[in-house]
Design a protein around this ligand. Structure first.
Ligand code: PEP
Ligand code: MN
Length: 337
């Protein structure tokens, strides 16, 4: 449940309500908006159902949250969550564009791509050092060497970096380098991993599992939030359907629906969502038109030689064209880029 305080409730009234809830053994999440304070009760609050919090002074109303995600829900936190990653705004009016190779393959490949995406207008560099591959015989990533290259690329270009972490025991190592933890589709329900990144204060980018519902995606975000990390983003990256013509089916519905359900920044990944480079730009534009706060896009200087996901990687010049399109589109949907 959430307890919505009156717009002029005093700090004493707020503390009184918080103390009452804590006395029952619950944790509280305070959301102090510009208008009013909302007190969220964390955990299974059914035993509190008969308590008349409505009668306490300063309380406007008590709202039962029917959806199982609470900290992630808009009821709890009506305003959009915004934060910055090394000065790059996430979740506000300005669109956030993350771009780079699927995998870090070499220092030169990464640096070349990093400069290219920066010049085209990307704000954040992506690149996998630990790759979740369907086959154990496929390139698994450069591991910590790849993380070092990402940190060097950040040093050279000034772009913050996002990279995937696959296991709870890798959180400390990846956390030494990265600005954002990427939780991949295959690990969306790796609960020990979600708990581990939730104990850090490094922003977390949770990708939708390929067969997961939007509710399950937000429950995964809830794990991170419940650990105390509030800088969480969610990403639609395509789901498995009966359609074999594309790698996945990019679920555009998810973008506006997630925006309704959650205050967290909503991203889309048209690269994995389609699996085909020539579908990336049109679907990227569609996701921004549908209200996404940003995109994550695979870019490779030589897609034909890429060690993973070449078929869906844009060449830098095509990525630059896409960013130009997005710059024209952004104001139509009340955004800047
Ligand atoms: C990736 O971003 O390269 C990736 C592996 O994505 P996903 O987890 O969505 O498949
Ligand atoms: Mn990839």
């Amino acid at each position: 449940m959430i307890i919505v305080m009156k717009s002029h409730a005093s700090n004493r009234e707020i503390s009184f309500v918080v103390n009452q809830i804590e006395a029952y053994g619950y944790r509280v999440h305070l959301s102090q908006g510009t208008e009013r304070t909302i007190i969220g009760v964390v955990g299974d609050d059914r035993p509190l159902e008969n308590h008349n919090f409505e009668l306490l002074s300063g309380v406007e109303k008590v709202v039962r949250i029917l959806q199982p995600f609470k900290l992630a829900s808009r009821d709890f936190h009506p305003e959009d969550t915004t934060f910055e990653v090394r000065g790059v705004p996430i979740g506000g009016t300005k669109l956030a564009i993350m771009a780079g190779p699927c995998a870090v393959e070499s220092r030169s490949q990464l640096i070349e791509t990093a400069w290219a995406v920066k010049e085209a207008g990307a704000g954040i560099l992506r690149g996998g050092a630990f790759k979740p591959r369907s086959s154990p015989y496929s390139f698994q990533g450069l591991g910590e060497d790849g993380l070092e290259m990402l940190a060097e690329a950040r040093e050279e270009t000034g772009l913050p970096i996002i990279t995937e972490v696959m296991a709870p025991e890798a959180v400390a190592t990846v956390g030494k380098y990265t600005d954002i933890f990427q939780i991949g589709a295959r690990n969306m329900q790796n609960y020990p991993l979600l708990l581990a990144v939730g104990r850090t204060q490094i922003p977390v980018f949770v990708k939708r599992g390929m067969s997961s519902t939007m509710q399950e995606l937000l429950m995964s975000a809830e794990y991170v939030l419940a650990g105390g990390n509030r800088n969480v983003m969610v990403c639609e990256r395509g789901i498995r359907t009966f359609e074999p013509a594309t790698r996945n089916t990019l679920d555009i519905n998810a973008v506006p629906l997630l925006k309704q359900w959650t205050h967290l920044p909503v991203f889309a990944d048209p690269s994995h969502g389609t699996g085909k480079w020539d579908l990336v730009a049109p679907t990227a534009r569609a996701c921004i038109a549908a209200g996404a706060d940003g995109l994550i896009i695979e870019v490779h200087p030589h897609p034909e030689n890429a060690m993973s996901d070449g078929a869906q990687s844009l060449k830098p010049e095509r990525f630059a064209e896409l960013v130009c399109d997005l710059r024209r589109l952004a104001p139509v949907v009340g955004r800047t880029l």
